[in-house]
Design a protein around this ligand. Sequence first.
Ligand code: AMP
Ligand code: MG
Length: 414
Amino acid sequence: MIDSCSLEKSPLLTVDNALEKIRAAIQPVSDSETVTLKTALGHVLAEAVYSPNPIPHERNSAMDGYAFASCDVINEQPFTLTLIGTSWAGKPFQGQLQAGQCVRIFTGAVVPEQADSVIMQEHIQRDGQQVHFSAHTKPYQNVRAIGEDVQQGGLLCTQSKKLTAVDMALLATAGVSEVSVRRAINIAIFSTGDELIALGQPLATGQIYDSNRTLLTGLLSDACYQIADLGVIADNKHALTDAFTAAAKNYDVIISTGGASVGEADYVKDVLTECGQINFWKLAIKPGKPLTFGTIGACYFFGLPGNPVSAQVTFQKIVAPALQQLTGATATQPLQLTATCTTALKKSAGRQEFQRGILTQTATGELLVATAGQQGSNILSALSIANCYIMLPSDNQGVAVGDKVLIELFNVFF
Ligand code: AMP
Ligand code: MG
């Protein structure tokens, strides 16, 4: 256990070091539950899913056209076949196809057993029941083979996959109607600060609206998270101790914002030192230096800075990967790209910075990034128009117009 005094003297952690500590500290939830496929979107698979059926499970046509046996015709020469019936999607052709015959067929319809080839309707001439084909047939053309997508028993989705809409469609097409997923994580969120009031009340002097719980509610909106908004706690050590220890008994995770620094009214670190265990405090990043991570009993605790931009950056860089690990999902890395900076950026050496930027792409595909404006940790408007972080390493001492910078997208819609 670390005491408050030695903590104050400990060096600032880099994001990479903090993430190493998180990886070592967090145990993924192991409980699982069976849910219907309809409700599985965004949940994490507790076990791999294999296909009970081959996909497709019958040979079917990829086109609207005419089906026949390719061995009946001489390739490279025009030929004529007699039409003897139709295979509809959902209503297969019932008869037997003989030499010299063909069947009208529609996309998705079962290809008759004797047939192995489908020619598109655009490539034939009809004359009553006589169908004239120009030439160039190949066995298996436009015929979807049994199991060509997934073999029976083949892997559909890996264990720990967070299910997307496409995964759900894949499972549905294989006939899988329910899946075993890890249980959701119960997360309590608090704001701390005497100045905070809820929306809907008039602002008295010295008060501000609490925006961080709204921010966190949005950032945590995910099928894997069950959020309880436990309101605002005053800047009072006893109130914080009571609120955090009570929540720690009922939730997997507590996320609080504010009171995380070293001001006279910043008690979060002290409370965690007394009623739990601190793993780390303070990062070598800007914005977001004061961030407390630790545990209270079996509950993980994240004390984020109060400034909204700092809260967002520390959430995305530290809390989001930690929560992802807790859900048991396969770890993912944010995509990083190199872009040409079109504005000069100020920075002094010492801390890694996540400046807010606006990424654009030129007609020729070049990536350009400009500052999103004021970089204060209270400036939500610049964060709102930004679509990326400009990642400046700790030893960087500023960026000139035309320099290449590393960026990380957070809103990938342009
Ligand atoms: P603190 O981390 O408590 O020192 O707060 C740093 C700054 O963030 C102060 O200007 C606070 O008023 C502001 N702040 C703290 N909590 C919130 C919140 N929930 N919503 C908006 N601003 C906040
Ligand atoms: Mg405060």
